[in-house]
Design a protein around this ligand. Structure first.
Ligand SMILES: C[S@@+](CC[C@H](N)C(=O)[O-])C[C@H]1O[C@@H](n2cnc3c(N)ncnc32)[C@H](O)[C@@H]1O
Length: 271
């Protein structure tokens, strides 16, 4: 799959932190910090530069519990940046690993598995294999999954443009194409994961976590628009002229308009 740059992850981090559903984040942090010992671990899948770690640190600072954070990603530079930005009071481990190798995931001592902006990229069979590996490693102890910021297929622009719906439909078609794990779950990710985890005894909560962007986020909005343009450029039902017109209109409003991008956060716990 195409890489994720630290610049893009930095650009979206503030919007992500504001969007995360605070109730689910607090539940997840409380679960992670309850009955832990020095061997207890949070395993962050597709950690990038550590945005999820920083969200947890914000509400549950290092000194309050002895958790170790274990970052897994296949991008060495992002992992190095994550370790560099780690917190002195918190043990951090990094693992450069392709998540598809679920049998090699470092699951020892893990109490909570976290991920942000990841599960809409993965496939149903990947989720099934991941849950199977977690069950084999940790059937005898409590386990949680916190999967935040999964795109839900909705994007709403103000001011509107006549091509918004056609572009959104094309973008959502792209969201379910291969992203390195087999056909991606895209906007169906949370429903799939919820059902899969409930099937093996987890209790699952979902909550909305939309990006609410306006002129203050103009750089992120402009990157988002360009990303959508790239994703839809070879869609058979969109003419190149229409895409160009939509891009021109959207970019000209990036600093003045607003935009809501739907996401869903998921928290699953098995006591
Ligand atoms: C959208 S970014 C999210 C990063 C971070 N969780 C955040 O919220 O800022 C997706 C992350 O998953 C990682 N990733 C994608 N495919 C991967 C794979 N097959 N194995 C390991 N990491 C992968 C990328 O390198 C990237 O860091």
């Amino acid at each position: 799959m195409t890489g994720f740059s630290a610049d893009w992850l930095n650009l979206r981090e503030l919007a992500d932190q504001q969007a995360r559903n605070s109730a689910l984040l607090r539940y997840a942090a409380a679960f992670a910090s309850t009955e832990v010992d020095a061997q207890s671990v949070v395993l962050d899948l597709g950690a990038g530069t550590g945005s999820t770690f920083r969200a947890f640190e914000h509400i549950s600072p290092s000194l309050e519990s002895p958790l170790t954070w274990r970052f897994v990603d296949n991008d060495r530079e992002l992992l190095e940046e994550a370790a560099r930005r780690g917190h002195e009071g918190r043990p951090i481990e990094t693992y450069e690993l392709d998540l598809n190798r679920v049998e090699d995931l470092p699951l020892g001592g893990v109490r909570l598995i976290t991920a942000s902006a990841l599960f809409d990229l993965v496939s149903g069979p990947f989720v099934d294999r991941l849950i199977g590996a977690v069950n084999r490693a940790a059937l005898d102890r409590p386990m949680g999954f916190y999967a935040a910021l999964n795109y839900d297929g909705t994007t709403c622009w103000d001011p509107a443009h006549s091509l918004d719906q056609a572009v959104l439909d094309a973008f959502n078609d792209d969201q379910v194409t291969e992203k390195g794990f087999g056909p991606a779950l895209g906007p169906g990710a949370c429903d799939y994961i919820k059902q899969a985890l409930e099937g093996v005894g987890y209790s699952v909560k979902l909550a909305a976590s939309p990006w609410k962007l306006d002129g203050k986020n103009s750089q992120l909005v402009a990157e988002l628009i360009q990303g959508i343009g790239n994703a839809v450029q070879s869609h058979p039902e969109l003419a190149a002229d229409d895409i160009a017109a939509w891009l021109e209109f959207r970019l000209s409003h990036a600093a003045f308009g607003s935009c809501i991008v739907g996401h869903i956060d998921l928290l699953a716990i098995r006591e």
